[in-house]
Design a protein around this ligand. Structure first.
Ligand code: NAD
Length: 506
C-alpha cells in the first residue's frame, strides 16, 4: 500500500458499489490513485474486506432471481440509454481517464469509444441471444434451444484500458440476463466507477451490477466463491494463468485474455511511408501500454534498410502529459512500471541489442516528476534476449530481421504469445500465406492494431488466452449463457393411445 497520512486526510475515497449503493469500505487497507504525469494523489482506493466481497456477491445472487427474467426490451433499452449517457459524458470520462492512467486525451476518448461500441452491441441483445428451432424433428415433435443466463458472473480488469475492458464485460453479461461483480484495476479505478454510476443512471437495477476493489486477496475470493458461476479476466499472463486454474478448480466457467508480444512483419514490397508511420504509432502510442501495441518489428529482406527512417519518425513523437495538446505519448502508469521498463532496456543493451533510439531520459517541460520514457528502439534483437522473452509494456520497439516471410512466420509462431500480429505488404499472395500460417489471435493486413469491432470476438492464441470463448461478439453470448435444448410434443385432445414403447425413438 502506498497511502500516506497526508493523502489520507485530503484525497477523496473510491466507493464500493453494493446493492445499488455507492458505499465507503470499512477496510483498513488503502492505496493511493496517483496521476502518473505529476504524482498528485487523486483518490484513495480501498482493498475490500471478505465481508464486503460476500455482500456484493449476495446482492448479485438475490438480484439474479428477478433479473434473469427481465424482458428483452427492458434489457435492450437500458443499454440504449447507457450508450447515450456515455456519449454525453465523453469529455468528462476521457479527462478522468487521462488524469489517473496517463494516456493522451484523444487516446482516452478512444478507450471509452471502443467500450461504447460494446454497449451499442449489447443493445441488440434481442437478436444476439436467439435460440434455434427445428420443426418436426419427428412427427409432431419440435426441438429448440434456449440461451439462459448463468447467474452471478465476475470480471477482473487491468490498468491499461480502464474504460474499454470493464465495458467488454458487464454490459454483455447483464444484457444476457446475468448479474455482475466487477473488480477494476486498483491503479486507476476512477473512470470505471464513473461508468458504473452512469450504468445505474441508465436503469440497471440494484444488485445487478456491483463493484469491489482490491488486489490478489479480493481476486482469489472471487475465484473461490461458491455463488459465482463465471469469471472473465483480462491482464497479464502470470496472473491470468493463476486465475484460470484457481477459478476452474472451483468449478467456474473462465475466460482469460492475457499478455502479448505483438510482431509486425514489414515486407520489402510494403508501402514504405504508410507502413513506417503505422509502425511508429502502434509501437509508441499509449506509451506502449496496449495489449495490442506492436512491440517487435520484423524487417524482411531489404526492408532492413528502413531502420534509420523508422528511428527518424519515432524521434518526432512528442512525449508529454496526456492533457497537453500535441502529446503523442504520456507517462507510464507507475514509478514501478517506469523502473521496470528502464531496467529491461538496460538488460537488452547488456545482452547485445543495439540502442538505435534511447528514450530513457526524455525532457518533458512542466512535468519533472512524471513517469516518462520516450520512444526507444532496440535493434539486432535476438530470440532468447530478455527484451524479446518478456512483455516490456512500455514505448520500446525491438527490431529483428529475417531473410524471407517463412522465416518471419516461424519466428513469430515460436514466441509463446499469440495476441496480435500484422504484416505490411502489397502482395496479396504473401498476405494470404501469412493469414493462413500464423498462429496468433488478431491478424492485421496493413493494419497495425487489428482490434476487432464487437460484431466479431476478441481472441488470442497460446499464452495470450485461456478458455474457449472470448469477450464480446458472438462468443461472449455463449460464454455468459447455458444452452438448454428442449424437445417437445403436444398431444391433441383426440390423440389415440399408442402402445408403450421401450426403444429410444421419438
Ligand atoms: P495484472 O495482471 O497485473 O492485473 C490485472 C488484474 O489482476 C488487476 O485487477 C489486479 O488487481 C489483479 N491482480 C494483480 N496481481 C494479482 C495476483 N497476484 N493475484 C490475483 N489477482 C491479481 O495486469 P495489468 O498490469 O493491470 O495489465 C497489463 C497486462 O494486461 C499486460 O500483460 C497486457 O498485455 C494485459 N492485457 C491483455 C489484454 C488482452 O485482451 N489480451 C488486454 C489488456 C491488457
Amino acid at each position: 500500500m502506498n497511502a500516506s497520512s497526508a493523502s489520507e486526510t485530503r484525497a477523496a475515497t473510491v466507493k464500493l458499489l453494493i446493492d445499488g449503493q455507492f458505499v465507503e469500505s470499512r477496510t483498513h487497507q488503502w492505496r493511493d490513485v496517483v496521476n502518473p504525469a505529476t504524482q498528485e494523489v487523486l483518490a484513495r482506493v480501498p482493498f475490500a474486506t471478505p465481508e464486503e466481497v460476500n455482500a456484493a456477491v449476495a446482492s448479485a445472487k438475490e438480484a439474479f432471481k428477478t433479473w434473469r427474467k427481465a424482458a428483452i426490451g427492458v434489457r435492450a433499452r437500458i443499454f440504449l440509454k447507457y450508450q447515450q449517457l456515455i456519449r454525453e459524458h465523453m469529455g468528462e470520462l476521457a479527462a478522468l481517464l487521462t488524469a489517473e492512467q496517463g494516456k493522451t486525451l484523444p487516446d482516452a476518448e478512444g478507450d471509452v469509444f471502443r467500450g461504447l461500441e460494446v454497449v451499442e452491441h449489447a443493445a441488440n441483445i434481442g437478436t444476439l441471444q436467439l435460440g434455434e428451432w427445428a420443426n418436426n424433428v419427428a412427427s409432431g415433435v419440435d426441438t429448440y434451444s434456449l440461451l439462459q443466463p448463468l447467474g452471478v458472473c465476475a470480471g477482473i480488469t487491468p490498468f491499461n484500458f480502464p474504460a474499454m475492458i470493464p465495458l467488454w464485460m458487464f454490459p454483455m453479461a447483464i444484457a444476457t440476463g446475468n448479474t455482475f461483480v466487477l473488480k477494476p484495476s486498483e491503479q486507476d479505478p476512477m473512470v470505471t466507477m464513473r461508468l458504473c454510476e452512469l450504468a445505474l443512471e441508465a436503469g440497471i437495477p440494484p444488485g445487478v451490477l456491483n463493484v469491489v476493489h482490491g488486489g490478489a486477496e479480493v481476486v482469489n475470493a472471487l475465484c473461490d466463491h461458491a455463488d459465482i458461476q463465471a469469471i472473465s479476466f483480462v491482464g497479464s499472463t502470470r496472473v491470468g494463468t493463476h486465475v484460470y486454474h484457481r477459478a476452474s478448480l472451483a468449478g467456474k466457467r473462465v475466460q482469460c485474455m492475457m499478455g502479448a508480444k505483438n510482431h509486425a512483419i514489414v515486407m520489402p514490397d510494403a508501402h514504405k511511408e504508410q507502413s513506417l508511420n503505422a509502425l511508429a504509432g502502434a509501437a509508441f502510442g499509449a506509451a506502449g501500454q496496449r495489449c495490442m501495441a506492436v512491440s517487435v518489428a520484423v524487417l524482411v529482406g531489404r526492408a532492413r534498410e528502413w531502420l534509420p527512417e523508422l528511428v527518424a519518425k519515432a524521434k518526432q513523437l512528442k512525449v508529454s502529459a496526456g492533457v497537453e495538446k500535441g502529446a503523442d505519448l504520456g507517462p507510464l502508469i507507475s514509478r514501478a512500471a517506469h523502473e521496470r521498463v528502464l531496467g529491461l532496456i538496460g538488460r537488452g543493451v547488456q545482452e547485445g541489442a543495439k540502442l538505435a533510439l534511447d528514450g530513457r531520459k526524455p525532457t518533458v517541460p512542466g512535468y519533472p516528476d512524471g513517469n516518462f520514457v520516450g520512444p526507444t528502439i532496440l535493434a539486432d534483437v535476438k530470440p532468447g534476449m530478455s527484451v524479446y522473452q518478456e512483455e516490456i509494456f512500455g514505448p520500446v520497439l525491438c527490431v529483428m530481421q529475417t531473410d524471407d516471410l517463412d522465416e518471419a512466420i516461424a519466428l513469430i509462431n515460436a514466441n509463446p504469445n499469440g495476441n496480435g500480429v500484422a504484416i505490411f505488404t502489397q502482395s496479396g499472395a504473401a498476405a494470404r500465406k501469412f493469414q493462413e500460417d500464423i498462429d496468433v489471435g488478431q491478424v492485421g493486413i496493413n493494419v497495425p492494431i487489428p482490434v476487432p469491432v464487437p460484431l466479431f470476438s476478441f481472441t488470442g492464441s497460446r499464452a495470450s488466452k485461456l478458455g474457449d470463448l472470448g469477450p464480446y461478439g458472438k462468443q461472449v453470448v455463449l460464454f455468459y449463457t447455458q444452452t438448454k435444448t428442449v424437445t417437445a410434443r403436444w398431444f391433441d385432445d383426440n390423440a389415440t393411445a399408442q402402445s408403450m414403447n421401450t426403444t429410444i425413438r421419438l
